[in-house]
Design a protein around this ligand. Structure first.
Ligand code: CDP
Length: 218
């Protein structure tokens, strides 16, 4: 059983994916962390994430099993910007595809299913996923959420900068030629602009239940 959750930055898809995975006892993969890890590897090697050859090399050398996905540096805005640059390189996307599909087909720990969240799970990585959600919210709401998240982590942030960064990343993610950000034709679009995290979770569980017959574990 595979559940695909896609959407733009700070739409709440990560939080939702974690909760959905927990509710069903499934394994969860935050695929954005893979792109962030590639971005950070390029930066650490002194390279430019927009350099396609350097990005492709870093993606081929990535060993996601080695713990890099838990590196706190992945959560910085610098990593997010680098991620959206390396993510536009076709060789990077191709190099990360196998790991994602293997995770979906054989979830670690023998879990009975998996939840993958990202930008292209329902369209490219797992086009035959059992349920697909496209989680979105207005850019203003998403910038507000990201600001709150940064402040909670003690990272100083300027509201107008966060909004501009969000718009820049949206533009890069939706305008790139490979796997641009867009809902799959058969995805359930969940606009969370006016929903709490609990309301978004309930709507997601309802949709997944209607597609798969699954109910959350007690
Ligand atoms: O958490 P947030 O939405 O801010 O970012 P993320 O999901 O960690 O993704 C970081 C960047 O990686 C995005 O801006 C995308 O450019 C890229 N990405 C992608 O291209 N495809 C995916 N499946 C996941 C992330």
């Amino acid at each position: 059983m595979v559940i695909a959750i896609d959407g733009p930055a700070a739409s709440g898809k990560g939080t939702l994916a974690k909760r959905v995975a927990k509710a069903f006892g499934f394994a969860h993969l935050d695929t954005g962390a893979l792109y962030r890890a590639v971005g950070i590897s390029v930066l650490r090697a002194g390279g430019d994430p927009a350099d396609a050859a350097a990005a492709a090399r870093a993606a081929r050398d990535l060993h996601p099993e080695d713990g890099i996905l838990a590196d706190p540096d992945l959560r910085t805005d610098e990593a997010a910007q680098a991620a959206s640059k390396v993510a536009a390189v076709p060789e990077v996307r191709a190099a990360l595809l196998d790991f994602q599909r293997r995770f979906a087909e054989r979830p670690p720990g023998g879990a009975p299913g998996s939840v993958l969240d990202g930008r292209d799970i329902g369209t490219v990585v797992c086009p035959s996923a059992d349920a697909k959600l496209f989680v979105t919210a207005s850019v203003e709401v998403r910038a507000e959420r990201r600001l709150k998240e940064l402040r909670e982590r003690g990272i100083p942030a300027i509201p107008s900068d966060v909004l501009e960064d969000m718009k820049a990343r949206d533009a890069r993610d939706s305008q790139r030629t490979v796997a641009p950000l867009r809902p799959a034709a058969d995805a359930f679009v969940l606009d969370t602009s006016a929903l709490s995290a609990d309301q978004a979770f309930d709507a997601a569980i309802d949709h997944i239940g209607s597609k798969t017959g699954l109910g959350p574990r007690a």
